[in-house]
Design a protein around this ligand. Structure first.
Ligand SMILES: N[C@H](CCC[C@H](N)C(=O)O)C(=O)O
Length: 282
């Protein structure tokens, strides 16, 4: 089977984008894992497919799979790359806005220029049951035992689940253990993306994310949104925050509960390729 793809990244979080506008693809988890392998495959954090819209109002639908083959409901860096991909495919003009349907619902993208995209990510959802997270309602922080260590977390969905931990040192060796342990914590029935955030000021934070289904990544767009939303709900940051991740910076704007959250950041093409996995036949 041969598959053409665009290799892209958003702040170092990398993707293979597949054009499924004209034909449905049979993407089983084993094939996705093989394609994601950084030695014998293409290598990526997530696979994204661009498909016809399913909701009757969006311009397109886009599918999201992590490198371990698991699906996700949203991908912040990925939807910016899909917007840039649509522009390059002649489907979206510079400066224009378009509604793109994700597995967790529609988001609206706007091309600031060919390599910078603003996304209306919708409203952060703090209700634990909607993550899902086994926890009581109406709190803005929770105590969790993570690998024998008590951790205070915030929890929010951006269409995918996030746990956010405030730390003073993003290089602390313990994070290498706590990231994976939090991601698979039993109180998150579908797993969780584990963000560790260092607040530098009310308008500037640093973040590392151990992603569900992909591990530590250079950047996590929904993770940046989640970290800002949790800190804003806790009264720790203002409405406009710069989030520095290992692979680059994102601008997150959220006025507060009842308002929509906006993310602005880069989208880059790296190369075009063709997957030639002969073991799967043509
Ligand atoms: N690992 C995430 C999906 C990718 C999110 C991330 N790459 C982003 O940019 O938001 C999950 O399983 O929910």
């Amino acid at each position: 089977m041969t598959l053409r793809f665009s290799k892209m990244h958003g702040s170092g979080n990398d993707f293979a984008v597949i054009d499924s506008r004209d034909r449905a693809l049979a993407l089983d988890p084993a094939l996705i894992r093989a394609m994601a392998d950084r030695h014998t495959g293409i290598g990526f954090d997530q696979l994204l497919s661009v498909e016809p819209a399913r909701d009757g109002t969006s311009a397109f639908y886009y599918g999201i799979w992590n490198s371990d083959g698991s699906p996700s409901g949203q991908c912040g860096n990925g939807v910016r790359c899909v917007a840039a991909w649509l522009h390059r495919a002649g489907e979206l003009e510079l400066g224009a806005a378009a509604q793109v349907q994700s597995p967790s619902g529609p988001v609206t993208v706007r091309l600031v220029d060919a390599h910078c995209v603003t996304v209306d990510m919708g409203e952060p959802v703090f209700e634990p049951a909607r993550l899902p997270f086994d926890a009581p309602q109406g709190r803005d922080r929770y105590m969790l035992d993570v690998d024998g260590q008590p951790l205070e977390i915030g929890a929010v969905s951006m269409g995918n689940p996030h746990a956010v931990v405030a730390v003073g040192d993003l290089q602390a060796p313990a994070l290498e253990r706590l990231g994976p342990a939090l991601t698979r914590h039993a109180r998150f029935a579908e797993g969780v993306n584990a963000g560790f955030v260092h607040r530098l000021s009310a308008r500037h934070v640093r973040l590392r994310v151990h992603e569900r289904g992909a591990g530590w990544t250079q950047a996590c767009g929904t993770g940046a949104c989640a970290a800002m939303a949790v800190l804003r709900q806790q009264g720790e940051v203002e409405a406009c925050v710069q989030v520095d991740l290992p692979g680059g910076s994102l601008q997150i704007d959220w006025a507060g509960p009842g308002e929509r959250l906006w993310m602005t950041g880069p989208a880059a093409f790296v190369f075009e390729g063709e997957w030639l996995d002969q073991s799967r036949g043509d």
